[in-house]
Ligand binder design. Structure first.
Ligand SMILES: Cc1ncc(COP(=O)(O)O)c(C=O)c1O
Length: 381
């Protein structure tokens, strides 16, 4: 079905931060499958690990113990400070699981709290629950009746949140940095105040790190930069480096509300997808990719700011690690197309923001090359 307005391009092969189309043309890939190809394309370690796992077993169902799933859950627990993980296949599924777990947790306490507060301009996925949680009306049109129990507040407005919390509120769901909504950063002070409010009112803080997590923002999870800890955390996109996997993590006491029969997934956490995620985590560690993300991110933002001094059409450059946006005073669609014609794949985040999401192992030379193309595009526009 025609759910994507596709670029006029057929990609058939990739290597590192580069991809090739079916006519043999080469592109620098600063989309990375929309923040998915963490290690770039055709990473040799990934190819080897997936081939070996495929030769052993692809899938056996969660009716059985799965050693790689246990290993991955242990790794994620150590990295996040949370205790238990539910595995699924996408970001929307991870958020659906988070919403269900939060509600069930209050049900189990004999509490009537069920409402989820999320932010305007947020994006949480396309399932009925997650598009209702999403703070953008355009994704909801035509899908009513929508599930009850969702309200929205502006990001970075702690007073608005205070006034919205009531006896029905169960949880606050936020992206530490809104990716789809325009590369909007939740201030560290705001996230700290939200954590404090949640503690005062006995609410769960759920962070959607589907786009920001797994090193994308320069720390393993973006929440680390605010010095806070969520009660529930969702991951997907970059976790499998291109193999579909989603994860919903929670503290032990919250996770206890999911017992046999309360939730499930046929494919979630199968041996293949867990092998992919373990390979991603291994490589982030052994290749010291977090340092690269921080340095390349700084280089990219600085380069974009330098461009802004020559091209005042760039009004703001913002981002963390390798999730960056340049806001322009004009619509950026034509610039995305012009960059593509010059061999650079970039995305939009809303009508006025160019979004840059290269693989986490992108090189300094590749970032310079991308900046040169953006400069050439602005020159010609
Ligand atoms: C923050 C966030 N949450 C959830 C989703 C939905 O993820 P998926 O497309 O894997 O369902 C996205 C996708 O863009 C996202 O950016």
């Amino acid at each position: 079905m025609n759910t994507y307005a596709r670029f006029p391009l057929t990609l058939v092969r990739g290597e590192g931060s580069r991809v090739w189309d079916d006519n043999g043309n080469e592109y620098l890939d600063f989309i990375a499958g929309i923040a998915v190809n963490t290690l770039g394309h055709a990473h040799p370690g990934m190819t080897e690990a997936l081939s070996a796992q495929a030769a052993d077993m692809l899938h056996c169902s969660n009716l059985f113990h799965i050693p790689k799933q246990q290993l991955l859950a242990d790794r994620l627990a150590t990295l996040s400070g949370l205790d238990a993980t539910f595995f699924c296949n996408s970001g929307a599924e991870a958020n659906e699981a988070a919403i269900k777990l939060a509600r069930k947790n209050f049900h189990d306490q004999g509490s009537a709290r069920r409402t989820i507060i999320s932010a305007t301009q947020s994006f949480h996925g396309r399932l009925l629950s997650t598009l209702t949680a999403t703070g953008q009306d355009k994704v909801k049109i035509g899908f009513d009746p929508l599930p009850a129990g969702f309200v929205h507040v502006p990001l970075n407005d702690i007073e608005a949140l205070k006034q919205t919390i009531n006896a029905q509120t169960a949880a606050v769901l936020l992206e530490p940095l809104q990716g789809e909504g325009g590369v909007n950063i939740a201030d560290a002070a705001y996230l700290q105040a939200v954590r404090q409010l949640c503690d005062e009112h006995g609410l769960l803080l759920m962070l959607d790190e589907v786009q920001t997590g797994v090193g994308r923002c320069g720390t393993m999870f973006a929440f680390e930069q605010a010095g806070i800890q969520p009660d529930i955390l969702t991951l997907a996109k970059g976790l499998g480096g291109g193999v579909a996997i989603g994860a919903m993590l929670a503290t032990e006491s919250v996770a206890a509300s999911f017992g046999p029969g309360t939730h499930g997934s046929t494919f979630g956490g199968n041996p293949l997808s867990c092998t992919a995620a373990l390979t991603v985590l291994d490589e982030i560690e052994s290749a010291q990719l977090l340092a690269n993300v921080q340095q390349r991110g700084e280089q990219l933002r600085q380069g974009l700011r330098d461009l802004a001094t020559h091209f005042p059409v760039i009004t703001e450059v913002r981002g963390q690690g390798l999730l960056n946006g340049a806001e322009l005073s004009q619509e950026v669609g034509p610039l995305v197309a012009a960059a593509r014609d010059k061999g650079l794949l970039i995305l939009m985040a809303g009508p006025n923001v160019l979004r840059f999401l290269p693989p986490l192992n992108v090189s300094a030379a590749e970032v310079d090359e991308a900046l040169a193309i953006v400069g050439a595009v602005l020159e010609g526009s």
